[in-house]
Design a protein around this ligand. Sequence first.
Ligand code: F6P
Length: 323
Amino acid sequence: IKKIGVLTSGGDAPGMNAAIRAVVRAGFYYNLEVYGIYRGYEGMINDDIRKMDSRSIAHVLERGGTFLKSARSQEFRTPEGRKKAYDNLRKHGIDALVVIGGDGSLTGAHLFYKEYGIPAVGLPGTIDNDLFGTDLTIGFDTACNTAIEAIDKIRDTATSHDRLFFIEVMGRDAGFIAINAGIGSAAAAILIPEKKMPVESLIERLKSREKAKKESNIVIVAEGGKSGGAAEIAEKVQKILPTYDIKVTILGHLQRGGAPSAFDRTLASKLGVSAVEGLLQGKYDVMVGVINNKVVFTPIKRAIVDDKKVDEEELRIAAILST
Ligand code: F6P
């Protein structure tokens, strides 16, 4: 391997820049040429590929977003799109890839490896933390901190007005952000797609908190739940508890922005270097992650297919703390 390409794909996550920087710097350390592929797989298809030098990665570690930009490429899902992408890689002589992104992005890398044999190592870059094969994904810690900071602010106004807030957090189909942000913000309840909480139980919880004279109630709702988002659930609760003053806030994309936390900078840096070393050691079609503080390589297929379970212990703790 002499030339590697690096790209970010799917939803951006804080720490992606730190990961790109680590890949580029590690590449230089091992005497490789490194190419930045812009807008994920779109850039591979449209030949938006530029050689990186040390200036390309100056002052990016501390910035949110991804300077390589990102996209969710529909064309790469087609065999024709992947053929164009392959031809462009050949043109530049790129013989291996580091793909930073979530499950969709890693699925692309896996398919590409199967079809064209382009060695790829994936880095888990998503705020959702929904990838098997790593305890934490790049961006999750920052997103949880951002969510908690926002919820703290909502708590001030909720307490001032004795209000019940339903706050929706991101996570696609997974409740990891909701659990973490819920525990960290003393939520009255945390609703996640992985565990259904009937409205009746939520009502019971709210009534017992009323008896305990709680001044404000924050319910964290993970997007992607089968019972609907924060607005739908709030509506159901309002019908049963008409005297409650209920408001809804959807935190949305602010959870994806901002400077990466210290944790995400370190995680991204560690994984970026390990990805390059993995490629040089012949570890292909794998995702590099951290489990129990150790760097581990997991076949991409497992990372995207195997279910990452929510931590039952965290759920138990959250339940104790909210009653
Ligand atoms: O995967 C990251 C994520 O932010 C999810 O939490 C969310 O469901 C999705 O991306 C939103 O995607 P988009 O920015 O394309 O609307």
